[in-house]
Design a protein around this ligand. Structure first.
Ligand code: GUN
Length: 289
């Protein structure tokens, strides 16, 4: 079997297009478009690239966007002060603090300081707790993007066995919660798991570890759906995921490429969350339609 490709770029484009009329409707009703504030601390090159891309996408959709680039030596109190001002700013609907933060800053305290209604990353404990209890509001963008991809494929996860590899707060844990909420049977693997044995029993394998070459063909059941959230560089400096794409595609039923798979979905879902947050604050309703 040669796997069908899950085209994240095309699905993300469709998701972005769906937002354009919503942005116009909101702007007509409220007198301004939804607004997103992105906070970046320090000079991490990957963070600079991600933030620039988020800003570009926001502008293309007609959102208001502000970038707050703070120096590496920023103190915790200064960062918390900026977040307090953004929480109070009526034109800001969504706040994103790009991670990782420099080591001297307490990321947990920073994320807790963001007003849950403006937490477009879905990382605040209130939003993480709501997701875990099965009543999600603002949901982390990467796992939300994976669910949208599965939906677009017409793939129902109900009753399926899903293996998530990696237990990060950004991807693995919320991914497991979303799959569980959609009635999949979920196994969340980590460094102490027998990952190969678990993956071999799975209908869906989602890898979010950050290790190139981790998921090989002999880890994957014939016809399985394989979603690669990894973002790594191979020995030649080329962007690659966690999955050995060329060999796994010969065995899987569906597979996401890297690049062009999950990556574009993350940013599209950030825009979706910004519009949802704006609507929730101004209309008391966040669903499309
Ligand atoms: N760093 C890597 N992924 C993310 C993300 O989804 N949100 C934020 N804020 N930082 C990240």
């Amino acid at each position: 079997m040669v796997a069908k490709l899950i085209d994240g770029k095309a699905i993300a484009e469709k998701q972005r297009a769906l937002l354009i009329p919503e942005v116009s409707r909101f702007a007509n009703a409220v007198g301004r478009p939804p607004g997103i504030a992105v906070v970046r601390v320090g000079e991490d090159p990957a963070s600079k690239t991600y933030v620039a891309s988020k800003k570009r996408t926001a502008q293309a959709l007609g959102l208001n966007s502000w970038e707050h680039a703070l120096p590496e030596h920023t103190k915790q109190a200064e960062l918390l002060g900026l977040i307090a001002r953004l929480n109070e700013d009526a034109c800001v609907d969504g706040i994103l603090v790009q991670l990782p933060l420099p080591k001297h800053l307490d990321a947990h305290e920073v994320l807790r300081a963001i007003s849950p209604g403006k937490d477009i990353d879905g990382f605040h404990p209130v939003n993480a707790g709501s997701l875990f209890q099965g009543v999600p509001t603002l949901v982390p963008c990467t796992p939300l993007g994976v669910m949208k991809m599965l939906e677009e494929m017409g793939y129902s996860v109900a009753g399926k066995r899903a293996v998530v590899i990696g237990r990060s707060n950004i991807v693995g844990r919320p991914m497991a919660a979303l799959l569980l909420n959609a009635s999949a049977t979920v196994v969340l693997c980590h460094s102490k798991s027998d990952v190969k044995a678990e993956a071999l029993r799975a209908d869906i394998v989602i890898s979010a570890v950050g290790t190139a070459g981790l998921v090989k063909a002999d880890w994957v059941r014939e016809g399985a759906v394989v979603v690669d959230v990894g973002m790594n560089r191979d020995a030649a400096g080329k962007l690659c995921g966690d999955v050995v794409f060329e060999e796994v595609r010969e065995k899987a039923g569906w597979i996401t490429p890297v690049p062009g798979g999950v990556g574009p979905m993350t940013i599209a879902m950030l825009m979706y969350n910004t519009v949802q947050a704006a609507k929730l604050r101004h209309e008391g309703q966040g669903e499309r339609g």
